[in-house]
Design a protein around this ligand. Structure first.
Ligand SMILES: [Fe+2]
Ligand SMILES: [Fe+2]
Length: 337
């Protein structure tokens, strides 16, 4: 039975070739397979069509006027969101150089001219399945982000806290020499670090005065609870150590695992510094924010006991260069917009 609750959409395949006969041949095969086929006559046309509507698969000729296929491929693969669109380069048989250049440009697969209809079918199917999985992974992150926002909305004092922590953590990581996926993990880990506050009742989360010891014990479950909420989602497994261990202390007196020093996951040590700073300088329901000077004094005093001194030092550098203030004010501008 066809699905009725989920709108079905045929996968869009963009065929890019300057030779009309080639485009039509491919379109004929792909149409039979049930795909929504679009045509582009060169690289520029392809990029314009991709801008207008993202395809699920691109079949790309190499030699074309205006803009060649390898350049188009490299451009799509360097785009933060479009890089997940699978790209097949169409090459002549035995053209090793083009294949190597295609791999360098980030191509996912190759198809040899003249086309074999069966080969085309298998390759298109596999790549479209990957594409579907990638889209779901994307969706998981988007949903978690929405939940993290929902947590903040409950408490007007922490609005944008998580976003700032993610951005500060990414900056510290960059100063430390991390790059690429590691920075993305620091950012998302920072955004999601307090997601477990979902499990903390309003009476405690929004209490205007200081918490009692019993209430504080409930508040403390949020880090382990956050890990539990996200643990069934394979795509966010990299963030779990940050979520679980962001309240560990360098001297071993933190929670929930009382880890000490380098036993604390590196992402959690970085996020702990970012989180502490943002918590100290922000107003909360039970107190107004500290001055930057006082917050920095406390951060330095806690280096080596509460926090990893190496990251406190990197954070201090970011403060001195004005990076932290820039991130904070960019956030306030976003909030006002
Ligand atoms: Fe927290
Ligand atoms: Fe936090």
């Amino acid at each position: 039975m066809t699905a009725i609750l989920t709108p079905t959409r045929k996968p869009i395949v963009l065929v890019v070739d300057d030779v009309r006969a080639n485009r039509e041949l491919l379109e004929g095969h792909l149409f039979e397979l049930g795909y929504d086929v679009r045509q582009a006559v060169d690289g520029i046309d392809a990029l314009e069509q991709i801008d207008a509507e993202e395809p699920d698969l691109v079949l790309l000729d190499v030699d074309m006027p205006r803009l060649g296929g390898l350049e188009v491929c490299a451009r799509i693969k360097s785009h933060p969101l479009r890089r997940l669109i699978p790209i097949v380069i169409l090459t002549a048989l035995q053209d090793r150089t083009t294949r190597l250049r295609g791999l360098e440009a980030g191509a996912d697969d190759f198809l040899t001219k003249p086309f074999d209809a069966k080969e085309l079918l298998v390759r298109a199917k596999v790549l479209l399945q990957d594409r579907e999985l990638n889209k779901r992974l994307d969706a998981t992150e988007t949903v978690l982000r929405a939940i993290a926002r929902a947590v903040e909305v409950r408490d007007r004092y922490t609005i944008h806290h998580a976003e700032r922590v993610g951005r500060y953590a990414r900056e510290i990581g960059e100063q430390y020499g991390l790059a690429g996926d590691d920075l993305a993990i620091l950012y998302m880990g920072g955004v999601l670090h307090d997601i477990g506050k979902l499990a903390v009742p309003d009476a405690i989360l929004l209490k205007p005065g200081a918490l009692t010891e019993a209430e504080f014990a409930v508040m403390r479950v949020h880090s382990a609870e956050g890990e539990r909420i996200c643990s069934s989602l394979r795509s966010v497994s990299h963030f779990l150590p940050i979520i679980r261990n962001h309240h560990e202390r360098f001297d071993g007196n933190g929670y929930p695992d009382h880890l000490r020093g380098n036993a604390i996951p590196i992402g959690a040590r970085i996020v702990a510094v970012a989180d502490a700073w943002d918590a100290m300088v922000s107003d909360r329901s039970y107190r107004i924010g500290l001055s930057r000077e006082e917050a920095h004094r406390r951060l330095t005093a806690g280096a080596g006991s509460q926090w990893d001194a190496a990251y406190v030092e990197l954070f201090t550098g970011l403060l001195e260069r004005g990076t932290i203030d820039q991130i904070a004010s960019a956030q306030y501008a976003d909030a006002a917009a």
